[in-house]
Design a protein around this ligand. Structure first.
Ligand SMILES: Cc1cc2nc3c(=O)[nH]c(=O)nc-3n(C[C@H](O)[C@H](O)[C@H](O)COP(=O)(O)OP(=O)(O)OC[C@H]3O[C@@H](n4cnc5c(N)ncnc54)[C@H](O)[C@@H]3O)c2cc1C
Length: 441
């Protein structure tokens, strides 16, 4: 059975690599397990973008000894399973929703961080020479109703004026001329990027190792004991004494790991299929002949892109439990065919699922408690390729005592606790039942 954070006690280090297109087509660097006793100044738990970029920031600033452990392998979680969209944003609140909730100045400050996250990611890729197939190309946000198309068009001026957005609108006709995708009423289009997420994680891991961090794979943190000197963290074959601990285990955190994160994020499954490569005729008939990323405006979004070897990657919400994960394949395939009918008989080469970390108020958090010498960054709600990488840096800065961070709720408040956390999956089932009718997903 695949890992289910609300059921399984912990990620099983001995399971094979996830069955993704990314893992099938590249071989990430492996890191040995920790054996015996180990001392460090900063211990990072989790080897995805958050943890790896925190490690890089700490080593670059020569802040002390830096150790990172992952239950399985670097990129085992979302970092090696995502769709590779590089988006300026995280959580589920767009700039206008942020402005409504926090006022224009705070919304702008949050958006600045999201924009800077994209810039920093591209800089990391360049500085560390990470070959992760970055493909610039348009990012289409596809309106699934006429009302959504109108509201997209109506908000363009505000988004440009207040948030520097470069999006332009396409009406239904213009969209059809650019992209033969069925069932949409218009779109906005702006610059975007796609990349290979596992190669990115591997590149960050090698950069962190080369700059002096010690990385261990197959090393789950089983228990954290707080003591006068800091923490003792127990692993199956060793123990680590650390002054400060940074939790970067995201939705892959087990159900009862530490009170600072337990019941404060909800692991929700997202699934992806990848087709066999499209022929030139198929590409021409769907209007795609260059890299592009697409996402629709549904609450239960579908997202898709053309991969460099001309396959379609198509993703959307997964099933409620890990046990049911494979049941989503047919639903995703049907959704793909309703957008691109010509792919009706296209064979699927890969299908997989991953857990995204959803916060109660739809905002991610990067929060370090100096009284406990313990912090975390998570709650990206499925949008973390750029922001998790940035959040790791912000978490490291907080752990080093940097007080010069923007004064925004992302950094100043902890993740809110879910009331009735035990009923989260019941609520999710109800939401999916509603979406099946209201959004035809
Ligand atoms: C199917 C899917 C598609 C997505 N597509 C996109 C996209 O296109 N664009 C985008 O911006 N975002 C996307 N996301 C979200 C994005 O991938 C995540 O937000 C991001 O990768 C989070 O990185 P992370 O480092 O915080 O966590 P993760 O990459 O999930 O890493 C957490 C790590 O912690 C480890 N771990 C857990 N518990 C322990 C423990 N006790 N001890 C040691 N290690 C532990 C796990 O093994 C795991 O490797 C997608 C996610 C999924 C699942």
């Amino acid at each position: 059975m695949s890992y289910d954070p609300l059921v399984s006690p912990a990620v099983d280090s001995s399971t094979p690599a996830p069955d993704t297109y990314w893992h099938a087509t590249s071989q990430p660097t492996s890191f040995e397990a920790l054996d015996g006793a180990h001392d460090t100044d900063f211990l990072i738990i989790g080897g995805g973008y958050t943890g790896l970029s925190a490690a890089l920031e700490l080593t670059e600033k020569q802040s002390g000894r830096v150790t990172l452990i992952d239950s399985h392998s670097m990129g085992f979680g979302c970092a090696g399973r995502n769709a590779g969209f590089v988006l300026s944003g995280s959580g589920r609140l767009g700039p206008l929703a942020l402005a409504k909730k926090f006022g224009p100045a705070t919304a702008r400050a949050i958006q600045n961080e999201y924009d800077e996250a994209v810039t920093q990611l591209l800089q990391h890729i360049e500085t560390y020479d990470i070959a992760c197939d970055v493909a610039p190309g348009p990012y289409y946000k596809l309106a699934h109703t006429a009302g959504q198309a109108r509201s997209q068009t109506n908000s363009l001026d505000q988004l440009a004026g207040q948030f520097g957005s470069q999006a332009t609108a396409l009406d239904r006709h213009a969209l059809q001329q650019q992209l033969s995708v069925k069932g949409f009423y218009g779109a906005t289009v702006q610059p975007g990027y796609g990349l290979n997420p596992l190669k990115l994680a591997d590149g960050l891991a090698c950069a962190a190792r080369d700059s002096g961090a010690q990385l261990f794979g197959q090393t789950p943190a089983l228990k954290l004991d707080h003591n006068q000197a800091g923490y003792t963290v127990w692993t199956p074959t060793g123990r680590i004494n650390a002054t400060k601990v940074l939790i970067a285990s995201n939705a892959y955190s087990s159900k009862q790991f530490h009170p600072c994160i337990d019941s404060r994020q909800f692991p929700v499954q997202s699934s992806i299929l990848v087709t066999e490569p499209l022929s030139d005729g198929e590409l021409a008939s769907i209007g795609l002949n260059a890299p592009a990323t697409m996402m629709d405006t549904r609450m239960m979004k579908y997202y898709y892109r053309l991969l460099p070897d001309n396959r379609i990657l198509f993703g959307g919400r997964g099933e409620v439990t890990g046990k049911a994960a494979s049941a989503g394949k047919a639903r995703l395939f049907n959704a793909m065919v309703s957008s691109f009918p010509v792919l009706n008989h296209k064979p699927v080469s890969h299908f997989w699922s991953g857990w995204v970390s959803v916060s109660l108020d739809s905002l991610p958090r990067v929060y370090f408690d100096h009284t406990q010498n313990l912090g975390y960054a998570m709650g990206y709600c499925g949008a973390g390729v750029s922001f998790a990488n940035f959040a790791g840096r912000r978490l490291a800065q907080q752990a080093m005592g940097d007080t010069d961070l923007p004064d925004i709720p992302l950094y100043t408040s902890p993740l809110p606790r879910y009331p009735l956390a035990g009923l989260r999956r019941l609520g999710l089932r109800a939401l999916y039942a509603w979406a099946r009718v209201a959004e035809r997903v």
